[in-house]
Each structure stands twice: as structure tokens, then as C-alpha cells.
Design a protein around this ligand. Structure first.
Ligand code: ARG
Length: 459
């Protein structure tokens, strides 16, 4: 039976195992509507160039709109015998409209067709992702705004370092996500170029107008070399790399949420709807969502490695290897989109516990640097003040108290430059207030950054 477009060349049908092994329709059928969009633009271009008649174009449009309806209503039966989404759609079109359907593939190959479909699909994903990143940034900004004055310990080496505000800490993630959105938008420029017209690899003998097709599909440009057009998957790798970074950022935040929610730390609580219990331990409330995000970041980074490895030894131009680009790419977008959605919602369900954060600041000599800076402002060289404060901290630690708890007389034993005004800089609030410059943690700087981000997101 002549089920394949190329059967004339072969003396026996492909084996069942090979058919299954080589087919992609089980996963690439999600490209169907983009495939049809590309086909309609290609047909319109052929018609404008005088290659396809008005009647054929009209028939193709009619047939394709029926196919779209069939797909949306779940009536379209995908056949593994027809290998992939492209041949399934084309065969159905021909079944519906006859010869006009068979003329659609004039001047085209599945090689430029699939590259076009993926780019159309990915462009739509990127636009959605950029919107979702903005949504997550907004929920982080709300949390930052409510906590612009909330003192928490800033850590280095996971040890209390200096006081920051919880708002400032949230803004660090808003920055990361801002770069992520920039990377996505930049990647989109290279996604948004048209491969169609490259045909199998060398171009076509028909008088095509690639810029017209590009314009119909909303592409900014065409791919200017036919060999590169069909074999380039840089854009998919770039997207997956950008997606990996988003996931890495959210994995870092997840790690922090998990730590902060641990009863040993108790800085925050996560709303019940994002947590699950234990089947054995009745007291448990586990931060499953952040843990899964941390886990899924590995999966997306894995897809990046898969795609880079997929491309590294392929000679020009198209090779069937490229069919393996789809599942990692699809799963990357799906995982990222689900993660961004759930994260925006989860951050709205965070309860902050300011007393626990403040208590932690008071336990770690977090204002030792402030005392050193204070002495510098009174005339002592920094290296000397660093030493003086180290001795002060050592004494306080032996006494089991904070340096702010030492009396003025005691402090003056370490340096007579110390006066009554020292106590304002030794409180967490005093420490914060003094870091009053762009990028610093002073509450008014945090508020200024929130306003800057909000203005950018609104414009
Ligand atoms: N399903 C194929 C893919 O995803 C379409 C292109 C097939 N081209 C070919 N020469 N076999 O890459």
C-alpha cells in the first residue's frame, strides 16, 4: 500500500519497529496549528508568485480551516504510518481537496517546514514566558514592598554577615528575573527569522518571494543561507540556555525558601496549598513545590546539554538527528511555564516572620562591620579598626552577648574613639539606614528600586 510520500523509491515497506522508531507524530502533533499557519503563508506566496492558482489557494484555505476545526474538536486521527505532523496534515488536506492539496508542497521541503514550525511555536512560548516572568516579578515586588523595613540577616557562607531587609533580598531575585526576561527577548530576535524557501537544503527552482512569506508570518527577516536555514538549531539552544538560567534562579530561591521554612530557622511560612503532609509523620508540612522546582531545574539543564550534544557533530545540512530537538525543547518550555505560574502564586502565599529574622540578626554580630566603619569615620585606618572590632567581638562572644549589649565603658577599653553615638549604628536598623546609596539595603533605597522596577514593568 502506497502510504508514504516517497514509496515509489522503495521495494518493501518499512518495518513496524522502524516505523515506530522514526515517527515523531506522537509528540510533534502539538505543532499542528503552527504547521498550518506556515503552510497557508507558503501557499499565499506561491499564489502571489504565479505558481499556485487562485482556485487551488482557495481550496487549500478551506481544507485547512476544516482541519483546524477537526484538531480542536479532537476529531483528527494522527497516524504513525504518516510519520510526522507535516505528512499527517498534508495527507488529510489531500483527502479533503484532492490535487490542490498535492500542490501545497511545491518549492518546499519538510526540512524548511519543520524549522519554520518550531520557530513559530517557540516565538509564542517566549512571548508567554516574558509575560509570566513579569507576573512573578510583580508578586516579588509586592512582597518586597510589604517588607522594605523588615530586618533579616544577610548571609555569606550561610553565616550571618550583615543586616539586610527582606525586601532587599526579594529584589535580588527581581534583578535576576529582569535579566532572564532580557535574555528571552534577545533570543526571540534570532528565533524570528524565516527558514521557508530553503527547501531541502539548496533553495528551489520556483520564483518564490521569501520576504513576502516572512511578512505574512510576522518574521523580522529570512535566514539568508539555505543550508544554514534548515540545519540551524542555535535558537533552540539559546532558548534552553535562557530557560536553564531562569530555573537556576528559581532553584536558588527555592533552596532559600526551604531553609527559611525549616522550623530550625522559621523566617517564613508557605501557604498550605503549596505544601504536602507526610503519610507517616502527622506533624509534617513539607515545602514540596520549592523542592520540585529545585529538582526540575536539573531536568531543564539536562535538556540544554541534550540539545548542545545533539548538534555538535552534525554535518550540513539537515539530518534526522534534528527530530530529537523537539522533546527537550517542548519539555523545557512546559516545565518553565508551569514553574513560573506556580511560583508567582506561591510567593503571594508567603508569610514573613519578622521577629524570627530580627532575632537571628542579633545573634551573629551582624553589626561588627558597622562598628569598624564607625571607627574609620572617627579617624582610625580601616585595617586597625577591623582588628579593634575583632577583639571586641571576641570579648562579647566569651561573655555570650552582642556588641550592642556591651557598656560604653567596656567598648572604650577597645578604643577611646568610641562615644555614646555608637549605639545608633550598632542596631540592625541603624546599620541598614547607613547603607543609603543606589543598590544598598537602606529601606528608602529599597523603595526606590521597587518604584524603578514597577515603572519598567508598566512601560
Ligand atoms: N519530522 C522531521 C523532523 O522533525 C521533519 C523533517 C523530516 N525531514 C526529512 N528529511 N526526513 O525533523
Amino acid at each position: 500500500q502506497d502510504s508514504h510520500a516517497w514509496s515509489g523509491r522503495f521495494s518493501e515497506p518499512v518495518s513496524e519497529l522502524v516505523k515506530k522508531y522514526t515517527a515523531s507524530v506522537t509528540f510533534d502533533n502539538r505543532l499542528a496549528e503552527f504547521d498550518i499557519e506556515g503552510s497557508l503563508a507558503h501557499a499565499a506566496m506561491l499564489n502571489k508568485s504565479g505558481v499556485l492558482s487562485d482556485a487551488d489557494l482557495a481550496a487549500i484555505r478551506q481544507g485547512m480551516s476544516e482541519i483546524i476545526a477537526d484538531i480542536r474538536e479532537g476529531r483528527f486521527e494522527w497516524s504513525v504510518d504518516l510519520e510526522d505532523v507535516h505528512m499527517n496534515v498534508e495527507r488529510r488536506l489531500t483527502d479533503k481537496i484532492g490535487d490542490a492539496g498535492k500542490r501545497l508542497h511545491t518549492g518546499r521541503s519538510r526540512n524548511d517546514q519543520v524549522a519554520t514550525d518550531i520557530r513559530l511555536w517557540l516565538r509564542a512560548q517566549i512571548d508567554g514566558i516574558v509575560g509570566l516572568i513579569a507576573e512573578l516579578q510583580t508578586s516579588l515586588l509586592d512582597l518586597a514592598e510589604a517588607n522594605a523595613d523588615t530586618v533579616m540577616p544577610g548571609f555569606t557562607h550561610l553565616q550571618v554577615a550583615q543586616p539586610v531587609t527582606f525586601g532587599h533580598h526579594m529584589l535580588a531575585y527581581v534583578e535576576m528575573l529582569g535579566r532572564d526576561a532580557e535574555r528571552m527577548t534577545d533570543c526571540r530576535k534570532r528565533v524570528n527569522r524565516l527558514p521557508l524557501g530553503a527547501a531541502a537544503l539548496a533553495g528551489t527552482t520556483f520564483p518564490i518571494d521569501r520576504f513576502y512569506t516572512a511578512q505574512l508570518l510576522g518574521f523580522d527577516d529570512v535566514c539568508h543561507n539555505s543550508l544554514d536555514a534548515v540545519s540551524d538549531r542555535d535558537f533552540a539552544i539559546e532558548f534552553t540556555a535562557a530557560a536553564s538560567l531562569v530555573m537556576v534562579h528559581l532553584s536558588r530561591l527555592s533552596e532559600e525558601l526551604i531553609l527559611w521554612m525549616s522550623p530550625r530557622v522559621g523566617f517564613i511560612d508557605i501557604a498550605d496549598r503549596f505544601c504536602t503532609g507526610s503519610s507517616i509523620m502527622p506533624q509534617k508540612k513539607n515545602p514540596d513545590v520549592p523542592e520540585l522546582v529545585r529538582g526540575k531545574s536539573g531536568r531543564v539543564v539536562g535538556h540544554l546539554i541534550a540539545l548542545v550534544t545533539l548538534m555538535k557533530a552534525q554535518p550540513l545540512a539537515y539530518n534526522k538527528d534534528n527530530q530529537e530537538d523537539k522533546e527537550p525543547l517542548f519539555d523545557t518550555a512546559d516545565t518553565l511555564i508551569d514553574t513560573l505560574r506556580i511560583y508567582a502564586d506561591m510567593m503571594r502565599g508567603i508569610t514573613v516572620k519578622p521577629e524570627a529574622m530580627r532575632a537571628a540578626v542579633l545573634q551573629g554580630f551582624a553589626t561588627a562591620t558597622d562598628l569598624a566603619d564607625y571607627l574609620v569615620k572617627k579617624g582610625m585606618p580601616f585595617r586597625d579598626s577591623h582588628e579593634v572590632v575583632a577583639l571586641t567581638v571576641r570579648h562579647a562572644e566569651l561573655q555570650g552577648v552582642d556588641i550592642a549589649d556591651l557598656s560604653l565603658e567596656k567598648l572604650r577599653e577597645f578604643s577611646t574613639l568610641i562615644e555614646q553615638d555608637v549605639f545608633t549604628v550598632l542596631t540592625p536598623e541603624g546599620s541598614l539606614a547607613q547603607r543609603d546609596h543606589v543598590g544598598g539595603t537602606a529601606p528608602n533605597q529599597v523603595r526606590a528600586q521597587i518604584a524603578r522596577h514597577r515603572a519598567r514593568l508598566a512601560g
